[in-house]
Design a protein around this ligand. Sequence first.
Ligand code: PMT
Length: 361
Amino acid sequence: MSSTPSLEELPPIAQPDDELQYFETHAPPANIAQLSLEVRDFIAHHHAAHRRVVLVSSGGTTVPLENQTVRFIDNFSAGTRGATSAEYFLEAGYAVVFLHRQFSLLPYSRHYSHSTNCFLDYLSEWGRIGEGEDAAEGGDVVVKQKYRQQMLDVLRKYRRAKENKTLLLLPYTTVTSYLFLLREVAMRMQVLGSEGLFYLAAAVSDFFVPPDRMAEHKIQSGDIPGAAGEDNHAAAAVAPGPRGKKLVIDLDPVPKFLNRLVEGWAPNAMIISFKLETDSAILLYKCRQALERYNHQLVIGNLLSTRKFEVVFVDNKKNENWIRVPEAKEGEEQLEIESLIVPEVVRRHNQSIGGASIHRF
Ligand code: PMT
């Protein structure tokens, strides 16, 4: 079993002063004012319609190594959990603020993206005759027969979300832009009180390069003759190594802002965080530890290798409930685990606000 740090050994949780310091010393995303207005209008619209709003965070944050960024640290998350969950929240009658890593998976289009599901494989050309240079052009692109029903279902749901304006897409890339946007949306969601829900599925970087130690330009692997030798390697040092120069990176911990979300930014909302581990022996311990540290309502634990098949709900009353997808029978499609997670989350959200019903279209 791995040794797990006790509460006292963990990095301290962020206090109001840490928040002030962090947000004053980092530059916000360039378009934050515009995005903030979009969020305000979105929330006002759905609040007036008595519709609940969930913020779904999705994908992984990056940590740039240079100000003019060529290199950055990333993580594995493609945004599957977030994009899939967002669809089920929309189906459950929620409006969704989808805070996602730019170019990661999006609700609905996720069914037809990336190399395994390239959208071109779903299409054929209507009326095309012959092959090669002699082929007569058909001219119309159509969906292959066997995919039509499934695609139509996805298309209808996508169109409904667009027409009803129930999905707001907010992209981030770096951990800093994620944190600025999370704070901004949380403040805007305060008007919703307990009807607001936070479903934090993003994989947020734990370590970063603080701005005062960030290289301005691309970190060089060799010396440049005649260059002034700008000291731009304060956090990432290029040092002699056994096989040439090596890069030594020195990262600071990202302040643990979940605490500020719970206490300051969204004090009345229901907050659900995810916990990812690779060692099954420490998953439950880490989930409980997160609840103890941040005092929110629910942690959903998952393991990297089984995250599509099982998760555990750990709540602040010390209950632990596993959700597992039943094995698909031959010829059947595997159920998406989010189709089980989200209804359970909605049930708990209902319960936490006294069983109020959801206004649907
Ligand atoms: O995208 P997929 O491939 O489907 O993968 C989904 C997932 C495995 C990434 C997802 O299910 C998941 O587990 N996400 C959380 C990963 C994690 O353990 O994050 P963390 O320990 O860094 O953070 C804990 C929680 O606090 C997370 O909910 C995170 O979104 C949130 N957090 C953390 C730090 C911070 N500064 N702000 C946050 O909001």
